[in-house]
Write a protein that binds this ligand. Structure first.
Ligand SMILES: NC(=O)C1=CN([C@@H]2O[C@H](COP(=O)(O)OP(=O)(O)OC[C@H]3O[C@@H](n4cnc5c(N)ncnc54)[C@H](O)[C@@H]3O)[C@@H](O)[C@H]2O)C=CC1
Ligand SMILES: O=C(O)C(=O)[C@H](O)COP(=O)(O)O
Length: 376
């Protein structure tokens, strides 16, 4: 069995090695000719999976995308051809939540404006929005959720309108899929009018898809409004963001909010489980066996951390400033965006770091935040 795999998908060999011949490919430049003989195709978000790519292949048994988003896949075409498909819902939600939370802590430190006491509006309360809310709520931050679809489905959490978020939130974090039609379409949800209407000193965080914000309008509005602070992980026109926009962001990264080692491993593992099920083969590998131990064994806390110390702890796990700096220095190079993603040293999630502290109850919130071993 020929298994064609995006070369940026980790842990493919230990998981899929027994199932067939693994052929690594560049997902961004993948052609129909390369796919023609594949039995299984495993992609990430940069491969457009559609009729143009697949029409010459008559033997494809399975397409998997080790991602949350499916906007790169023509699901209707796959269904018409009866080709089973699965993505990896939630695989990197924790990574995105922690990324957004860390970015907020970094902004707070940079502008000497504590996160504690602010109100955060989350637009899109699915897996990544909920993971972001979990971090914030663990730290005692008031969170407002906007998700008209979940609200209509009867999700028991309380939701507010986007207008309420615009009026009340100090920070807005975006967690919607990109959709281009329908009542709740998200393409340019943040258009020029909405960007202009952001309340003074708003921090806007985008870790979902670039075109949820009109990037041209964002350049225009940000140039007129120095009070707005931006964290941008995703861009219109990836892999070539508008060069004028990058310097306007406080933190700028090349679509790596979901790039934790755990998140990537979960993505590959979910596809492994789905393919095994399809092939009626026992999925006998374990996700835990894949992950290396973290390079810091444990951190002993002398006192419950204040916000500055919390940021220091978070930086043990992920120092966002490093990725931001590298991105600014390299995104204009040829293939700069993709090269940085390909060579990315995947960070760990908070759960990889054990914390030790005598007074358990004072630091329970750190285990709610995701750190492990607190108080043990
Ligand atoms: N930067 C990165 O590395 C990553 C980006 N993503 C992106 O983030 C998106 C969201 O991921 P998840 O939270 O896991 O997806 P999800 O499907 O679990 O949640 C998305 C939520 O957005 C809601 N929604 C849809 N339209 C809306 C609108 N107009 N207003 C408010 N809410 C709306 C949906 O009802 C749903 O609850 C993905 O589709 C993907 O595009 C996901 C993972 C990593
Ligand atoms: O899961 C998603 O959706 C994402 O946006 C991915 O984290 C993006 O990573 P790649 O699939 O492009 O490596």
């Amino acid at each position: 069995m020929k298994i064609l795999v995006d070369e940026n998908m980790p842990y493919v060999e230990p998981l899929f090695g027994d199932l067939g011949d693994i052929i690594p490919v560049n997902g961004r430049t993948l052609t129909a000719a390369q796919v023609r003989e594949a039995d299984v195709l495993l992609v990430r978000s940069v491969t457009k999976v559609n009729a143009e790519l697949l029409s010459g292949n008559n033997k494809l048994k399975f397409v998997g995308s080790a991602t949350i988003g499916t906007d790169h896949v023509d699901l209707t075409y796959l269904a018409e051809r009866n080709i089973p498909f699965s993505n990896a819902p939630g695989c990197n939600a924790t990574a995105v939540g922690e990324f957004a939370f860390i970015a907020m802590l970094e902004l707070a430190q940079r502008f000497n404006s504590p996160l504690k006491g602010k109100v955060v509006g989350i637009v899109g309360a699915g897996n990544t929005g909920t993971a972001t809310a979990k971090c914030l709520q663990a730290y005692g931050i008031k969170v407002l959720l906007n998700d008209p679809i979940k609200a209509a489905e009867g999700d028991p959490r309380s939701f507010v309108s986007l207008d309420t978020i615009m009026a009340q939130a100090d920070i807005i974090s975006l967690h919607v899929p990109i959709t281009r039609t329908g009542e709740h379409k998200t393409k340019h949800l943040f258009d020029e009018a909405r960007l202009k209407a952001l309340k003074p000193n708003t921090w806007l965080v985008n870790c979902c898809r670039g075109d949820v914000i009109d990037n041209q309008a964002l350049i225009k509005v940000k140039r007129q409004r120095d009070d707005l602070k931006l964290v941008l992980d995703v861009w219109e026109g990836e892999p070539t963001p508008m060069p004028e926009l990058v310097p306007l962001a406080e933190f700028a990264t090349p679509h790596i909010a979901g790039y934790s080692l755990e998140g990537k491993a979960r993505g590959t593992f979910m596809l492994y489980q789905n393919l095994c099920q399809l092939l009626n083969v026992a999925a006998d590998k374990s996700l835990l066996d894949l992950l290396p131990s973290f390079n810091i064994k444990a951190v002993e806390l002398a006192a419950a951390p204040n916000e500055k110390a919390l940021l220091q702890l978070a930086r043990f796990v992920y120092d966002l400033r490093d990725d931001d700096k590298m991105f600014r220095n390299t995104f204009l190079n040829e293939n700069g965006f993709d090269t940085m993603r390909k060579n990315h040293q995947h960070r760990r999630e908070f759960s990889a770091l054990a914390l030790a502290y005598d007074g358990q109850s004072e630091v329970d919130w750190l285990s709610n935040l995701g750190f492990s071993g607190v108080g043990q």
